[in-house]
Design a protein around this ligand. Structure first.
Ligand code: ZN
Length: 316
C-alpha cells in the first residue's frame, strides 16, 4: 500500500534536463536512471518527449522509455507531446499521461513548437478529441502547462491577463489539468501567488495543475513556498537540477529534486520520497553522463543532524 502524500513531486529530469544538454544519454543508462528515481519513491516521472528526432535526437528513444517505464509498479509515466502526431505516438507506446506545452509568448511558441499560441490551443483540442475517441482503458490524461507564463527571454514581459485567458481556453478545449511553467526562470514569489490564485478562479480547483519552476535566477524554492501558500500541490523538478542554463553559468536548470523534497519534508509535507535514495540516483545519472555538472545543496552538505521526515521517520 503506497504511503499517502501531501505533495506530488513530478520528476522531469529525463525530459527537461536531458533535452537541455547536447549529449545524448544512452537508452539503457536512461532506464537505469528512471528505475533509480522510481525506487526513491517518486510517483511520477516525465520520461521524454515525442518530438521529431531531427529536432531533438536526445529524445528519439521516448517510445521505448515509455514502454519499459510502464513496467515499474506504481509509477505514472508522463510524456511530453507538442502536437497530435506526438500524442498518437505516445498512446501507441502506452503512455497514460501526456503533457502539452502551449506557450503564452508568441515568439517562444513559434520557436519552440512552430505554432502560434492560438494554434497550440487548437492542437490541445485535437489531442483531447483523439483522447475521447479511444476506449476508456487507453485514454490518457491530458495536462497542459503554459510555457513562458511568467516572462520570456525573447519577448520579455508576458501579459498576465493573456496567460489566464489561455488557461480558460485550454480548459474549454478539454485539458484535464492546466499548470503554469516558468520556462525561463523569470518568476518571483509575489507573481507566483497572484497567478496561481487567478488560475484557480479561472479554471476551478478540479482542473488545477502544478508549477513547473526553474532556478535560473535563484528564485526556485522561494517560488515553491509562494505556490504552497495558494494550495498548489504538484511541483516539477529535476534530479541534480540537470540541464543548467546556457545564459546563466552556475545556475541549475529545473529546481533540484533533492532540495525540494528536503524542504517539503522539513516543512511537514509528505512526498513519499527518500532523500538518500535520490542522492544515490545521482551516481546512476552520472554513470550515463560522465562529468555532467549537476547541482544541489542537500547532496553537497547532507541532511541536518536528527532530520525527521514529515511521516515521523527519523534519519540517524
Ligand atoms: Zn522547463
Amino acid at each position: 500500500m503506497p504511503q499517502e502524500i501531501d505533495i506530488l513531486v513530478s520528476e522531469v529530469g529525463p525530459r527537461d534536463g536531458l533535452q537541455s544538454i547536447k549529449r545524448t544519454m544512452p537508452t539503457e543508462a536512461k532506464l537505469h536512471w528512471i528505475k533509480a528515481l522510481a525506487s526513491s519513491g517518486l510517483r511520477e516521472i516525465e520520461v521524454g518527449s515525442f518530438v521529431s528526432p531531427r529536432l531533438l535526437p536526445q529524445m528519439a528513444d521516448c517510445g521505448m522509455l515509455v514502454r519499459e517505464s510502464n513496467k515499474i509498479e506504481g509509477l505514472t509515466v508522463l510524456a511530453l507531446v507538442p502536437n497530435l502526431k506526438g500524442a498518437e505516438n505516445a498512446v501507441a507506446a502506452g503512455a497514460r499521461k501526456l503533457t502539452m506545452p502551449p506557450s503564452a509568448s508568441r515568439a517562444h511558441s513559434l520557436n519552440n513548437i512552430g505554432m502560434t499560441p492560438e494554434e497550440a490551443i487548437e492542437e490541445v483540442r485535437h489531442v483531447c478529441a483523439f483522447r475521447d475517441s479511444l476506449p476508456s482503458e487507453k485514454r490518457p490524461d491530458v495536462e497542459a502547462s503554459i510555457s513562458t507564463a511568467f516572462g520570456c527571454t525573447l519577448e520579455g514581459k508576458v501579459s498576465e491577463d493573456w496567460v489566464i485567458e489561455i488557461a480558460g481556453l485550454l480548459a474549454k478545449a478539454g485539458a484535464d489539468s492546466i499548470g503554469l511553467s516558468d520556462t525561463t526562470g523569470y518568476a518571483n514569489p509575489a507573481q507566483i501567488k497572484r497567478m496561481f490564485r487567478r488560475l484557480r478562479s479561472e479554471i476551478g480547483v478540479e482542473k488545477m495543475g502544478g508549477a513547473h519552476l526553474h532556478n535560473t535566477r535563484g528564485q526556485g524554492l522561494a517560488n515553491v513556498v509562494a505556490a504552497l501558500e495558494v494550495d498548489v500541490t504538484t511541483f516539477d523538478s529535476s534530479l541534480g537540477g540537470l540541464g543548467g542554463c546556457p545564459y546563466a553559468p552556475g545556475a541549475s536548470g529545473n529546481i533540484v529534486t533533492e532540495d525540494l523534497v528536503f524542504m517539503l519534508e522539513a516543512m511537514g509535507l509528505r512526498t513519499g520520497v527518500d532523500i538518500d535514495a535520490l542522492i544515490a540516483a545521482r551516481e546512476v545519472l552520472l554513470r550515463g553522463l560522465p562529468n555532467e555538472v549537476i547541482y544541489g545543496n542537500i547532496p553537497d552538505v547532507g541532511l541536518p543532524k536528527g532530520f525527521t521526515y514529515a511521516s515521523g521517520r527519523s534519519v540517524t
